[in-house]
Design a protein around this ligand. Structure first.
Ligand code: LLP
Length: 421
């Protein structure tokens, strides 16, 4: 459920009409709903009620500081994957002991940054990383808390580019080598081995792969404890999917997921961490764009809009489906027409939807991409010298620009010309 509903035929973000925002900031833009962000965070938090837990928002999904602050004030921790994300989380006041550092290629500089600023734990992904972490911690006279990410070799049954839990993926250590790698870590004086980490992929629409992975984590916990490791924290990753379409194919709810976590791991008495990103931010954001032209093709019409693949790359990159709706609601009886919905970028991949049936829209009208809050703005670029589009946050009847659109000069003047030219 989200807070983007039609009222009197006009799409609203909470209590703010979308056309009002468009008139103020121009198109295209991203808009997020505070109530939806909070609702999704609380669904997870409540789902783990009764267990010692922390919901660490995977901020790679949408990392604007206003979003981070909204969630942090509600009690969320953060899952970060780079020095930049770490500093963003710190910039809004998230304490180090609520930040977990994930990622397969942390550099020594990033590790140092986090050890200096404080960190809940590093989720370590390889032996060489472990060695760098140990050496860095020792050189600073501190001990780094770690979990080790195991790759459970489970098929997440999601898009190949976002599946991470199979043995052919680059993530984690192979489950067969767990004992050896934990023994190695335990022997390193700069490391405190506190738990196990697992993340099998993103946009999972079925609980079965989670169940398989978490059963393996439960077995591993007992095995490692028997070997003398004090396993007291389990980081279970993110990955629960969201409904991108309006049919009845809704993925499992966070409450079902929470029940599964308790059923498979509850008896171990460990502290539980989860790292949801998409389910918190995805349906809490829209991308709004204006139709520039309606161009007649041979067997279809093209809706050429002012948003493009550089603003929202998911359709081009993952063949992702986003619901695209007119901001001014069509008459109930309006006939659906077939459009290819495309942006102005000079490649055919700049296509958001092919043969999409929707109510007729004309040049100058607004359309909204639903479920664009996660992996939307954060994956955007300035391809074709198109400035990054603004982000807006709504709370009830107020809205604020949380990242403004740069001017052309700001974009262009970042380049420097060598003296010899
Ligand atoms: N934890 C780790 C270690 C991750 O790698 C990810 C996502 C998450 C948590 C959060 O997963 P989520 O709850 O959001 O599914 N750009 C792609 C998605 C990439 C996901 C990468 N890792 C997309 O637009 O679909």
């Amino acid at each position: 459920m989200d807070h983007f509903l039609y009222r009197d035929g006009v799409l609203h973000a909470e209590d703010v009409p979308i056309p009002e925002i468009a008139a103020s900031v121009g198109t295209p833009f991203y808009v997020y709903s505070t109530a939806t962000l909070l609702r999704h965070y609380h669904l997870f938090n409540d789902a783990l009620d009764g267990t010692d837990h922390l919901v660490c928002y995977a901020m790679k999904a949408a990392s604007n500081q206003a979003i981070l602050k909204t969630l942090a004030q509600a009690g969320a921790g953060m899952d970060v994957v780079s020095g930049g994300e770490y500093l963003r989380a710190k910039a809004v006041g998230v304490p180090g002991d609520r930040i977990v550092f994930s990622g397969v290629g942390k550099t020594a500089a990033e590790i140092r940054l986090a050890l200096e600023g404080g960190i809940r734990q590093f989720n370590v992904e390889s032996e060489p990383e472990m060695e760098v972490l140990n050496a860095t911690a020792l050189s600073m006279g501190v001990v780094a808390p770690i979990t080790i990410r195991v790759n459970p070799d489970v098929d997440a049954k999601t898009h190949a580019k976002i599946a991470t839990g199979k043995s052919e993926n680059k993530f984690g250590i192979p489950i067969a080598r767990t004992r050896e790698v934990y023994a190695m870590a335990a022997a390193m004086p700069g490391l405190d081995v506190i738990g196990i980490d697992v993340h099998i992929g993103s946009q999972l629409t079925d609980l079965a792969p989670f169940e398989l992975a978490y059963q393996k984590v439960a077995e591993l916990t007992e095995l490692l404890r028997a070997e003398g490791h004090d396993i007291r924290r389990l980081d279970l990753g993110g990955g629960l999917g969201i409904p991108y379409t309006r049919d009845n194919q809704a993925p499992p709810l966070p409450s079902d997921y929470g029940a599964l976590v308790k059923r498979t791991l509850g008896h171990l008495g460990c502290e539980i961490e989860i790292e949801p990103g998409r389910l918190i931010a995805g349906n809490a954001g829209l991308m709004v764009s204006e139709v520039i032209y309606v161009k007649s093709g041979e067997d279809r019409d093209f809706l050429i809009i002012d948003g493009a693949m550089n603003d929202l790359i998911r359709p081009a990159m993952y063949e992702a489906y986003h619901d695209i709706v007119p901001v001014v609601e069509a008459d109930p009886g309006a006939e659906q027409v077939k459009f290819d919905i495309v942006g102005p970028v000079c490649e055919s991949g700049d296509t958001f939807a092919k043969e999409r049936m929707m109510p007729p829209v004309a040049a100058g009208e607004l359309v909204a991409f639903r479920s664009a809050g996660a992996y939307g703005a954060v994956m955007s670029s300035e391809y074709n010298s198109r400035p990054l589009i603004p982000e807006v946050l709504v709370q009830k009847d107020q809205f604020a620009v949380i990242r403004r659109r740069p001017t052309f000069d700001e974009m262009i003047n970042r380049d420097t010309i060598p003296e010899w030219l």
